[in-house]
Design a protein around this ligand. Structure first.
Ligand SMILES: NC(=O)C1=CN([C@@H]2O[C@H](COP(=O)(O)OP(=O)(O)OC[C@H]3O[C@@H](n4cnc5c(N)ncnc54)[C@H](OP(=O)(O)O)[C@@H]3O)[C@@H](O)[C@H]2O)C=CC1
Ligand SMILES: CC(=O)[C@@H](O)[C@H](O)COP(=O)(O)O
Ligand SMILES: [Mn+2]
Length: 392
C-alpha cells in the first residue's frame, strides 16, 4: 500500500523539491494534502499533478483566486485558509507530514501532526526553536517521530544511525556552516550590505528568509537549538564549524575520539529522500562527488563578533523558557524589515538582542502559550523598529 503524505508549504523551495523526490519515487507515495501561502498558480499545477484530497492557502484572497481558477474536475475540493487550514491539513490521516512552511506559522500544524502520532519530516526549524521544550516530550508521548530534513540534522541523524552503542557514546555534535556570503567581509563592509548581496548564498539555493538567516549566521544558531532538541544534546556539546564548501553536512564525535561525517553535494533532495524512505536507502540518479576535483575542504571557527546572532542563539538556548521563541519571532520581523529595505543588515541581530532584553521572562505551559508569546514578541519587535530602540 502506498504511504500517504501531506506537504505543508508545497510551493516553497523545500516543498517543490519534496514533490520532485516523490515523483521520482513513483507509486510508493500518494499525496493526501498540500498547502501554499500565496502562490496559487504553482499550487494549481501541483494539484493537477498529485490530486490531493485537501488543500489550504494563506488567506481569503488566495482561496478565492484558487477556487475561481481550479480546473473543473477539482472544483469540489475543500480549500482551507490560514493557520486553521494548515492545522486541518496536518490532522488528516497522512502517514507522513512534511513540515516545510517558513516561520513560526508552522507551530500549530506541526504540533497537530505530532499530536496524532504522525511521522513528521521537519524542515521548519523555527517551530522547534520556539516550541521544542514542549514538542519533543509530546513526540514521545504520542508515539510520533520527527525525521530531520535540514541538511545538518539529516547528516547527524545519518552519522548516529551508524553508531554501535546508543547511550552515552557521543562526545559532541559538529554542525557545519557555509559561513554565508559575508564570511570574509569586515565590519565596515557589513555596514553596506544590500538585499541582493545577502540573497547570494555561496552554496545553497533556498527561500529568502533562510538565505538571510544564513548570511547573519542566525540560521546556524537556529540549527544549534534544533540539534539540541532533536538529539537531546546539551549546548556545551554542540559546536559550529565553518566549512565554506558545504560538502560535509555535519559530523558526530564519539567518546573514543572517532568522528563520523556525512558528505554529499549540496542538494536538498538527498536529505528529503532519506527522510521519506527511512530507514531504506533508495537509488537516485545523482553524480558522485569527485574528490580529485574538490581538491580542498577547509574549516574555520565562526566569528561571533562579526556575526552576533550565533552567540544570541546559544544564549537563548541555554536560558530556555520563552527566550528562544522571542529570538525567533524578533528575527522573523527583523529579517522581513531588512528584505523590505527598511533595516540595515547589521541591525538585524541588534533588533533581536533588544527584543530579548525587553521581553517578559517565563516558561510556556502549552503550545498555545508559545503561539501567544510569538505574537507578543512580534508586536514588541515592531515597536522596537518603529521607535529605533535597537540603536540604544
Ligand atoms: N530551502 C532550504 O534548502 C532549506 C530550508 N529549511 C527550512 O525549511 C523551511 C522552508 O524553507 P524554504 O522552502 O526555503 O522557504 P520558502 O520561502 O521557499 O517556502 C516557504 C513555504 O511556506 C509557505 N508560507 C509562507 N508563509 C506562509 C503562511 N503565513 N501561511 C501558509 N504558508 C506560508 C510558502 O507559500 P507561498 O510561496 O505559496 O507563499 C511556501 O510554500 C524554513 O523553515 C527553512 O528554514 C531547512 C533546510 C534547508
Ligand atoms: C541546506 C540547509 O540545510 C541550510 O540550512 C544550509 O545549511 C544553509 O547554509 P548555512 O550553512 O550557510 O547556514
Ligand atoms: Mn541547514
Amino acid at each position: 500500500m502506498a504511504t500517504s503524505i501531506t506537504v505543508l508549504g508545497s510551493t516553497g523551495v523545500i516543498g517543490r523539491l519534496t514533490l520532485e523526490v516523490l515523483r521520482d519515487l513513483g507509486d510508493r507515495f500518494e499525496v493526501r494534502a498540500l498547502t501554499a501561502g500565496q502562490n496559487v498558480d504553482l499550487l494549481i499545477d501541483q494539484i493537477v499533478a498529485t490530486r490531493p484530497a485537501y488543500v489550504a492557502v494563506g488567506d481569503e484572497t488566495a482561496r478565492k483566486s484558487l477556487s475561481e481558477r481550479l480546473p473543473s474536475e477539482f472544483r469540489h475540493m475543500e480549500i482551507g485558509v490560514g493557520t486553521e487550514g494548515l492545522v486541518t491539513a496536518a490532522k488528516l490521516s497522512a502517514d507522513v507530514v512534511v513540515s516545510a512552511v517558513v516561520g513560526a506559522v508552522g507551530l500549530l500544524p506541526t504540533w497537530a501532526a505530532v499530536d496524532r502520532g504522525a511521522t513528521v519530516a521537519l524542515a521548519n526549524k523555527e517551530t522547534l526553536v520556539a516550541g521544542g521544550d514542549l514538542i519533543m516530550p509530546r513526540v514521545t508521548a504520542q508515539g510520533s517521530s520527527i525525521l530531520p530534513l535540514d541538511s545538518e540534522h539529516s547528516a547527524i541523524f545519518q552519522c548516529l544511525a551508524s553508531r554501535g552503542s546508543l547511550v552515552g557514546s557521543v562526545r559532541k555534535l559538529l554542525v557545519t556552516a557555509s559561513g554565508g556570503p559575508f564570511r570574509t567581509w569586515d565590519e565596515a563592509q557589513l555596514e553596506n550590505v544590500t538585499v541582493a548581496d545577502a540573497l547570494r548564498h555561496p552554496t545553497w539555493n533556498m527561500g529568502r528568509k533562510i538565505t538571510i538567516d544564513s548570511a547573519t549566521l542566525m540560521n546556524k544558531g537556529l540549527e544549534v537549538i534544533e540539534a539540541h532538541h532533536l538529539f537531546q544534546t546539551p549546548y556545551d556539546s554542540i559546536e559550529v564549524v565553518v566549512h565554506p564548501q558545504s560538502i560535509i553536512h555535519s559530523m558526530v564525535e564519539f567518546v573514543d575520539g572517532s568522528i563520523i561525517a556525512q558528505l554529499g553535494p549540496p542538494d536538498m533532495r538527498l536529505p528529503i529522500q532519506y527522510a521519506l524512505t527511512y530507514p531504506e536507502r533508495v537509488k537516485r540518479q545523482t553524480s558522485s562527488l569527485n574528490f580529485a576535483e574538490l581538491s580542498r575542504l577547509s574549516f574555520e571557527a565562526p566569528d561571533v563578533s562579526r556575526f552576533p546572532a550565533l552567540r544570541l542563539a546559544y544564549e537563548v538556548g541555554r536560558a530556555g523558557g520563552y527566550a528562544p521563541c522571542v529570538l525567533n519571532a524578533a528575527n522573523e520581523v527583523a529579517v522581513g524589515a531588512f528584505l523590505e529595505g527598511k533595516l540595515p543588515f547589521t541591525a538585524i541581530s541588534k533588533v533581536v538582542e533588544q527584543a530579548l532584553e525587553e521581553h517578559e521572562q517565563g516558561m510556556p505551559g502549552s503550545i498555545e502559550d508559545v503561539v501567544e508569546m510569538d505574537g507578543v514578541a512580534r508586536l514588541l519587535t515592531q515597536a522596537i523598529l518603529k521607535e529605533g530602540r535597537w540603536r540604544d
